[in-house]
Design a protein around this ligand. Structure first.
Ligand SMILES: Nc1ncnc2c1ncn2[C@@H]1O[C@H](COP(=O)(O)OP(=O)(O)OP(=O)(O)O)[C@@H](O)[C@H]1O
Length: 345
């Protein structure tokens, strides 16, 4: 039994721009939108997660709905800590003494994080009573969660399209040998849709409507084998100010997302052009592993496969891959110790 095995209580956290996931005892115990509603005057927490998400855009001016992460990193520390604390308190074991004395925490972070950002995450985690805090690059956690053997001397490419960032990484021997984090992901897709509907259809729509459109009729290609039906969309008419309903087709959404998807394609091509030839040979055979919530956009795997001329594999549960990978690392610390960014007691 190795040193790490003595530390019994383990939690893995995926602090995402859109969703926060926490595993406890190998199971996903928290899976919630990364949102918190706080009373502006009293500072009291009104709601977190799903409940806070439902309040978005519909609450009075004294209650502020905050997304504490921006582009994968904490942009509002106070809100982030309050939100995490509320989530962790919800874990039934939190009140037992065992949990507070030996409690290991692993947090996945975007590969573009700076030293300052990493330190800030560690400081916040320390205030949550974690005894040991480990950080892991998100693409490595995603690869492990997707069943890829990251430790072998073989190149693997991971593209993780989240809410705030798309992480592109080539991994070999447990390390990222080339990669980048681009700020084009699900949130930008929503902005593209909002902009299209405003400029081309004269309708002002809210954030959650844009999200619904993306999920219901979003597409990365303009010829889908089984196209979704047209969608009825409500918002405010820009010209008259009145509530209005329009019908949108998936082809319109494809058009609105095109410029952002091109940027993701370009970033993948750039990363591919920077890797050593032996690794290129590996990736020619193994292809690209595509994950993250954004990977569920219709036709995106086909489109990326066409652009790169590589096989693109879609993961099973793209929203859960990162936290699943972190959890595997936490359970096999001896094996995976070299993939961690920092260790702190
Ligand atoms: N069916 C779907 N089609 C397209 N996009 C989707 C679908 N379901 C979820 N998404 C998008 O996935 C994104 C969230 O993915 P994920 O939870 O992997 O990101 P995150 O980890 O919170 O973000 P980041 O990694 O950038 O910090 C959101 O933008 C959401 O709109």
């Amino acid at each position: 039994m190795g040193f790490f095995d003595f530390l019994n209580e383990k939690i893995a956290i995926d602090l995402g721009t859109s969703n926060t996931l926490i595993t406890y005892k190998g199971k996903i115990a928290v899976d919630n939108p990364s949102i918190i509603s706080i009373h502006q005057i009293t500072g009291k927490i009104i709601a977190v997660g799903k409940e806070a998400g439902m309040m978005r855009g519909k609450i009075n001016k004294n209650i502020k709905t905050i997304s504490p992460f921006n582009n994968g990193v904490i942009s509002n520390f106070d809100a982030a800590e309050k939100m995490l604390k509320t989530f962790i308190k919800g874990l039934s074991v939190f009140n037992t003494s065992a949990f507070s004395t030996s409690y290991n925490m692993i947090i996945s972070i975007p590969c573009g994080s700076t030293e300052v950002e990493m330190r800030a995450v560690q400081e916040s985690a320390k205030r949550l009573n974690a005894k040991n805090i480990f950080l892991i690059p998100e693409p490595i956690a995603a690869a492990i969660g997707g069943g890829i053997d990251v430790l072998e001397p073989k190149g693997n490419m991971v593209v993780d399209i989240g809410g705030g960032t798309t992480e592109i990484a080539v991994i070999s021997l447990g390390r990222i040998i080339s990669g980048q984090s681009v700020k084009i992901a699900g949130n930008v897709f929503n902005e593209d849709i909002t902009q299209y509907v405003r400029e081309s259809r004269n309708l002002h729509i809210g954030e959650s409507m844009a999200e619904k459109i993306k999920i219901k009729i979003g597409s990365a290609i303009d010829t889908l084998a089984s196209p979704p039906e047209k969608m009825q969309v409500e918002g405010r008419d820009i010209l008259t100010g009145k509530p209005k309903q329009i019908q949108l087709s998936y082809k319109e959404i494809e058009k609105s997302l095109d410029k952002s998807i091109i940027q993701i394609e370009n970033a993948i091509m750039e990363t591919l052009s920077e890797i050593p030839p032996e690794i290129s040979a590996d990736i020619y055979n193994s292809g690209i592993y595509l994950t993250g919530g954004g990977s569920m956009l219709r036709g995106l795997d086909d489109r990326l496969s066409r652009a790169t001329e590589l096989p693109v594999h879609l993961g099973d549960q793209p929203l859960k891959t990162v936290v699943k990978g972190s959890d595997i690392v936490l359970k096999n610390m001896e094996l995976y110790k070299d993939v961690l960014i920092k260790k702190r007691r």
